[in-house]
Design a protein around this ligand. Structure first.
Ligand SMILES: NC(=O)c1ccc[n+]([C@@H]2O[C@H](COP(=O)([O-])OP(=O)(O)OC[C@H]3O[C@@H](n4cnc5c(N)ncnc54)[C@H](OP(=O)(O)O)[C@@H]3O)[C@@H](O)[C@H]2O)c1
Length: 322
């Protein structure tokens, strides 16, 4: 089968290790199923993989990709793949399993004609979502959903700041927060990205670090060092800073005085459960909300897509159609 995979790892020149070529057709072991992939999407995770973050050279070659939508060959159903792979027998919250991994970490990823996953790792694709739209959801969108509704527990009418508005997680957070009735503020580094955030549903947009008209109930943080201090400063007393990523660096100043004096809550968040994915698909189905797709590309152009992620030259998700 055709696939995009990491052949080597390089922190300085990540694209040098990317190959689009042939890999063996996978055969699902007992309890797993094979999905014929109709569409996959790129995440910052794929760039991290090529840089050697979260993967060792002895695991190579590793097919990239966490997200896919396609046909479950065991049932013939149209499905969305849930990318969190649990330890066999794990029964708690999918995301709290100490042995969990995402597709393309231990198990081969989704940017291929076929991907194999445990049979429980597929959920029905709503018919009104295209395969391309559905392929955007199981990493960036699911992460944003858990951050907003499970971790921050935001209620309609509350306020939220989304940092780094153009990213996959950030665009999802803006769109879902707006649809769920929150007042949404967003920051982005360029005027064009701020305009895109406003079109997506942000009530007001700002340059990174700008003073907001009011303090917010929660911040959705995936940028890290570049925005962390502003995130802390933007919260009301008792506010929640939910963090899922650290694209610009992982060690900002802690500003402990502010954290304890204002009784702020810093909450880590990773991906989401299968139940959250199912609820989110229903949320999109009932509201008509759809992921913002920056572009749709062919498998051969995966390198161009990853370059866009590395340079920040995108707004929303990049979809690969098979
Ligand atoms: N924990 C999890 O389960 C999980 C799940 C998904 C993603 N993540 C992590 O979350 C991060 C975002 O993922 P993604 O897929 O949404 O990435 P993405 O689509 O590539 O978005 C990158 C974002 O980073 C911002 N950014 C990068 N460098 C910046 C800087 N120096 N200053 C300000 N903003 C900067 C961009 O903001 P602008 O709009 O201003 O350009 C953009 O929002 C990644 O680190 C990823 O690994 C974690």
């Amino acid at each position: 089968m055709r696939a995009a995979y990491a052949q080597t790892l390089s922190a300085d020149d990540p694209l040098s290790g990317l190959v689009v070529g042939e890999r063996p057709d996978p055969t699902p072991p007992e309890g797993w199923t094979r999905v014929a992939v109709k569409a996959a999407s790129l995440n910052h995770h794929d760039l991290w993989t090529l840089k050697g973050v979260g993967i060792k050279a002895e695991q190579l070659p590793m097919i990239l990709g966490c997200d896919a939508a396609g046909i479950d060959e065991s049932t013939g159903e149209e499905v969305v793949v849930h990318a969190v792979i649990n330890t066999p027998g794990w029964t708690g919250d999918d995301t709290l399993d100490p042995g969990r991994s995402l597709l393309s970490e231990k198990h081969q990823g989704s940017i291929a004609e076929y991907v194999i996953v445990p049979a429980r790792n597929v959920v029905p694709k709503p018919k009104d979502l295209s395969f391309g739209e559905a392929a955007c959801l199981s990493t960036a969108w699911l992460t944003a959903y858990r951050m907003l509704f499970t971790q921050a527990q935001l209620q309609p009418g509350q306020t939220v700041l989304v940092q780094g508005a153009s990213g996959g997680v950030a665009t999802a957070a803006i769109a879902m927060a707006r649809a769920a009735g929150m007042r949404v503020y967003a920051t982005a580094r360029t005027e064009a990205k701020r305009a895109a955030a406003a079109e997506l549903g942000a009530h007001d947009t700002f340059e990174p670090g700008a003073r907001l008209p009011e303090r917010v109930d929660a911040v959705i943080e995936s940028v890290g060092e570049a925005t962390w201090s502003h995130s802390l400063k933007s919260l009301k007393p008792g506010g929640k800073l939910v963090v899922c990523g650290a694209t610009s660096g992982a060690n900002p100043g802690a500003d402990l005085n502010r954290v304890f004096f204002l009784q702020l809550q810093v909450l880590g968040s990773t991906m989401g459960t299968k139940a959250e994915l199912t609820n989110m698909l229903s949320f999109l189905h009932t509201t008509g909300l759809r992921p913002l797709i920056d572009r749709t590309i062919a498998l051969e152009s995966v390198g161009e897509g990853i370059e866009a992620i590395a340079s920040g030259d995108l707004v929303g998700k990049i979809v690969i159609e098979f």
